[in-house]
Design a protein around this ligand. Structure first.
Ligand code: CMC
Length: 426
């Protein structure tokens, strides 16, 4: 293979270096294109643009492969704890027993959140969307840890703090919405169990974490932990590229995740399935509506993916887990059958086949979260807790490799220079 691609514009030829990754992915390096030719490239939605080189996550959308640091998602979901995966993503290797004890222990010690943050939280309306409070409060953490600002302390303590405090902050929304007293963390519990305790334990009765629930949560968090340069991760890297601190960068990622085309889809899926159920459960009607998206404006949430064009490996694992978890918990959720019917109808429909639209990670995850007792408006918060190590790893990598500030260009299509007209003459 040649080391260069050749571009011919206006009779001139330009040689553009070829870049190849460890999994044989290929790219054309256009770093010098504008300097040499005066041209830029346009790629709306960045469908073909590699924003970075990264050693964290490999994803092959055609083959349905997802690996974190070389380990398959299937293996990790079956064998690892979420914090092992977090360590792997952030530091590049699976931890030894000693490294894990230190990492996990440090996270346990930092679960409590400054009471000042809670005072801010209490200023929010009671029924605020949990994603609104989560992004705001994560951003506010930078005010509580000013040493996180650039030029001061960028040590791992901020990483530990974020991992430790996010579940605590997330649980507040639920407790407040229920009108129940908030729980402080119990640091003798592991990461998932501690979150479940903060969510569901009440001072009036004994609460014991159900190991089935803790294990299902562990799997879901692992499946969400990283997904290379998706919308929220790219946001984290872009914000971080201005040398904004970790808390602000992650808060921006949480905001990006909230959108219904991204992480917000898991909430939309359950609402859609509930709507289908309330409408008599006729999935074909909704399939037809989705096929006429241009006139109906309706999309099947939890379907389609920018990168996966055969299947989403996470969705495969989650679908199986949904059956197992609901059976173990003795939950019979009628929307699971509706979801399966919708999937089957879509997978056999020419519209979906032609566009390579398959269930994505968000399609079945909400059904499990619901069986675990997590309210619908917290589904995207759960995604954020899972994605946090990925965001941190990507932010850390971007800073370590000293990537330049992210600053795309544009092709201007507005008015050309015109003279100012004073207000009375307009
Ligand atoms: N239902 C019906 N039609 C769809 C859907 C859908 N969910 N998704 C894509 N299409 C159609 C779309 O109308 C277009 O058709 P045409 O070629 O006739 O114009 C074609 O498929 C290609 O779609 P696109 O919007 O150009 O694809 P994209 O890569 O820009 O968008 C997506 C990817 C995930 C935003 C999109 O599939 C979608 O909106 N899905 C629903 C929302 C969703 O489930 N999001 C979660 C994604 S996975 C979790 C995460 O990582 O965020």
């Amino acid at each position: 293979m040649s080391d260069f691609a050749e571009l011919s514009v206006e009779g001139k030829k330009y040689q553009l270096p070829i870049v190849e990754g460890t999994e044989a992915e290929k790219a054309i390096d256009i770093n010098k294109l504008r300097d040499e030719s005066g041209y830029i490239t346009i790629d709306s939605g960045y469908k073909n643009t590699g924003a970075t080189k990264s050693a964290i996550t490999f994803l092959d959308g055609e083959k349905g492969i997802l690996n974190y640091r070389g380990y398959s998602i299937e293996d990790l979901a079956a064998k690892a704890t979420f914090l092992e995966v977090a360590y792997l993503l952030i530091y590049g290797e699976l931890p030894t027993t000693e490294q894990y004890a230190e990492f996990e222990g440090a996270i346990r010690r930092h679960t409590i959140v400054n009471e000042g943050v809670r005072t801010i939280f209490e200023g929010f309306p009671v029924n605020s969307h949990p994603m609104a409070t989560l992004s705001s409060l994560v951003s506010s953490l930078s005010a509580f840890y000013p040493d996180s600002y650039e030029g001061k302390d960028n040590s791992d303590r901020h990483i530990i703090r974020l991992l430790a405090k996010l579940p605590t902050i997330a649980s507040w929304s639920y407790k407040r919405a229920m009108g129940h007293p908030m729980n402080y963390p119990k640091n003798d519990l592991d990461y998932c169990s501690n979150f479940l305790h903060m969510m569901f334990s009440l001072p009036v009765e004994k609460y014991e974490v159900d190991p089935v629930v803790a294990s299902a949560l562990n799997t879901l968090l692992i499946l969400h932990a990283d997904h290379e340069q998706n919308c929220s991760t790219s946001t984290v890297r872009l914000v971080g590229s201005s040398q904004a601190n970790l808390y602000s960068s992650i808060s921006a990622g949480i905001s990006a995740l909230w959108g219904p085309l991204h992480g917000g889809a898991n909430q939309e899926v359950i609402e859609m399935l509930e709507a289908i159920k309330a409408d008599g459960g006729d999935v074909s009607k909704y399939i037809e509506m989705a096929k006429n998206a241009k006139t109906t404006g309706f999309r099947l949430f939890g379907f389609g993916h920018r990168v996966y064009k055969n299947f989403d490996p996470r969705a495969k694992i989650i679908k199986k887990a949904a059956d197992e978890v609901l059976a173990k918990l003795g939950v019979n959720d009628p929307v699971l059958e509706i979801a399966k019917g919708l999937e089957e109808a879509a997978l056999n429909d020419e519209y979906f086949i032609a566009r390579k639209l398959y269930p994505n990670v968000d399609f079945y995850s909400g059904i499990i979260y619901r069986a675990l007792g997590i309210p619908t408006n917290m589904f995207t918060v759960m995604f954020a807790i899972g994605r946090l190590p990925g965001w941190i790893a990507q932010w850390k990598e971007m800073r370590a490799t000293k990537e330049p500030i992210g600053r795309p260009r544009q092709i201007y299509t507005g008015a050309t220079l015109r003279e100012f007209v004073s207000i009375e003459n307009r």
